[in-house]
Write a protein that binds this ligand. Structure first.
Ligand code: ATP
Length: 489
């Protein structure tokens, strides 16, 4: 059988819409850039991935507890975190098309072009200037000079009519309360990451949830970034969901804990059902680390758009707690009674974008298979996260078959997300569920209800399309067995 994997992102975008996984936001009004809505199947899939993560973090670690902080936070939080001053991208506008570009990315694009033309020396020289941008006249000025000196043109219009380079803050600002004007003095922001909610609640959790270092706080929630280069489906959105865990450790143990969490997180991706050869870790070189980080690595997946970050693991040192201590005046320290020692814990952070995880799961599961001269599209999702677990079909619309199918539907509903379907040929019904990633389909036929003894039905398995005949009383067990032994192919 010939099998084709996903080749381009458009295929997933179309399938996601056609099978009710993901829609563009406000589509009937022409859509809103880089904002997406999850449809019925997408909502289930996303919820299952979220639960899979939550369980791995909280249920399997008795020293990790949950938190659900608000999206709005005191404006000072973002001063302390560095987001007000530092969460900026250097942008430049093409005057001809009015399109805005990341200035550093334009230079990077030019470097790639030079390399493709075998001009390695020129490329290396420019890379060196890009790496040291900011050290001469200032970041904006240095980048502008590089664009001008190298006559870098706008990628779409081809024009060479640039504005100055300006810093563009990625936080969404809004007004708070009826009397606010939203001016700088009283502006609040939509949080650009969930992490700060955890840092500012560090003391609350430690004091009230009886946690001792090392301990972690896990949180899932929306984050907002006014991304400038916002494309590539749910990979880069302006409103997205993060699943973060901040693990507070004693300084000196941080390097070991960092390695431990990097490994643990990579194992989680495999347990989610992602094929090993599509995953890799990418440690950040020391000279590219954020100023507060002692070490950092991305877990990357090979999307159809190339290897890209799904999750970041960071050793954030004591930067965040120290900053909030300074800005709030409240001590955020830990007293170790056994060692009789007081210190500010270091933080190991694991931060994954839920939407990027959904996109990874869809891309990894997608296959086109030639079956009897036909192409079947199938999502080979880990059954544990599949939106619908079991399709239940009476072979034809006859009372005897429908009654038993409904009874099975009713019995299994308590344990599994099931779907009853009696419309169309059985082959069509299987195909519909293949595209939705449903791992098991139960068909009720006359052989099973009219033969001697206990009623039987067939279970058809999505991945290899084989079937077993199973007594109705053994259905739950048979499904659970297969679900627990599933492996990605
Ligand atoms: P990138 O370099 O791709 O912009 P980042 O390094 O800014 O990502 P972090 O700030 O470390 O990302 O955020 C942690 C995680 O949140 C990322 O690994 C990613 O999965 C997710 N994430 C960040 N920005 C977005 C976005 N605009 N849309 C969807 N997910 C995002």
């Amino acid at each position: 059988m010939s099998v084709t994997e996903l080749k381009n992102l458009d295929t997933i975008v179309s399938l996601a819409k056609a099978r009710s996984f993901i829609y563009q936001s406000s589509e009937i009004y022409g859509g809103l850039g880089a904002v997406y809505d999850y449809g019925p199947l997408g909502t289930e899939l996303k919820r299952n991935i979220r639960d899979f993560w939550w369980k791995a973090m909280t249920q399997y670690h008795d020293n990790i507890v949950g938190l659900d902080a608000s999206i709005f936070m005191h404006p000072k939080v973002w001063e302390a975190s560095g987001h007000v001053d530092g969460f900026n991208d250097p942008m430049i506008d093409d005057k001809q098309s009015n399109k805005r570009y990341r200035a550093d990315m334009l230079v990077e694009g030019h470097i790639a072009k030079l390399r493709s033309k075998d001009k390695a020396d020129e490329a290396d020289e420019l890379q060196e200037l890009l790496d040291t941008a900011g050290s001469r006249k200032g970041l904006c000025e240095d980048l502008h000079e590089l664009i001008m000196d190298n006559e870098i043109r706008a990628p779409e219009s081809g024009a060479f009519e640039w504005t100055d380079v300006r810093q563009f803050n990625l936080m969404f600002k809004t007004q708070f309360g009826a009397t606010s004007s939203g001016d700088d003095g009283d502006a609040v922001y939509l949080r650009p990451e969930t992490a700060q909610g955890i840092f500012v609640n560090f003391k609350n959790v430690m004091d009230t949830a009886r946690q001792k270092v090392p301990f972690g706080i896990a949180q899932v929630g929306k984050a907002f970034r006014n991304e400038v280069v916002a494309r590539q489906f749910v990979f880069r959105m302006r409103e997205f969901e993060q699943m973060e865990m901040q693990y507070f450790v004693e300084p000196g143990t941080d390097a070991e804990e960092y390695e431990k969490w990097l490994n643990k997180r990579l194992e989680w991706h495999k347990a989610l059902g992602i094929r090993e050869h599509k995953l890799r870790t990418h440690p950040h070189p020391e000279d590219k680390l954020a100023h507060y980080a002692a070490s950092a690595a991305d877990i990357e997946y090979e999307y159809p758009i190339g290897w890209q970050e799904v999750e970041g693991i960071h050793n954030r040192t004591d930067f965040d707690l120290t900053q909030h201590h300074e800005y709030s005046g409240k001590k955020l320290e830990y007293y170790d009674q056994k060692k009789q020692k007081r210190y500010t814990p270091y933080v190991i952070e694991t931060s994954i974008g839920l939407d990027r995880a959904v996109m990874m799961v869809l891309c990894d599961a997608y296959r086109e298979e030639e079956v009897d001269g036909d192409t079947r599209t199938v999502l080979k999702l880990n059954p544990k996260i599949a939106p619908t677990k079991v399709g239940i079909f009476p072979l034809i619309k006859k009372d005897k078959l429908q009654d038993l199918a409904h009874k099975i539907e009713h019995d299994l509903r308590e344990d599994f997300n099931v779907l009853y379907d009696e419309s169309g040929s059985i082959g069509k019904r299987y195909r519909r569920q293949d595209e939705a990633g449903t791992p098991f389909c139960i068909t009720v036929d006359f052989d099973g209800v009219e033969s001697e003894g206990e009623d039987t039905v067939t279970i058809r398995y999505r991945d290899d399309m084989t079937q077993d005949r199973v007594p109705v009383s053994r259905l739950r067990e048979a499904i659970n067995d297969k679900m627990n032994s599933w492996q990605p192919e």
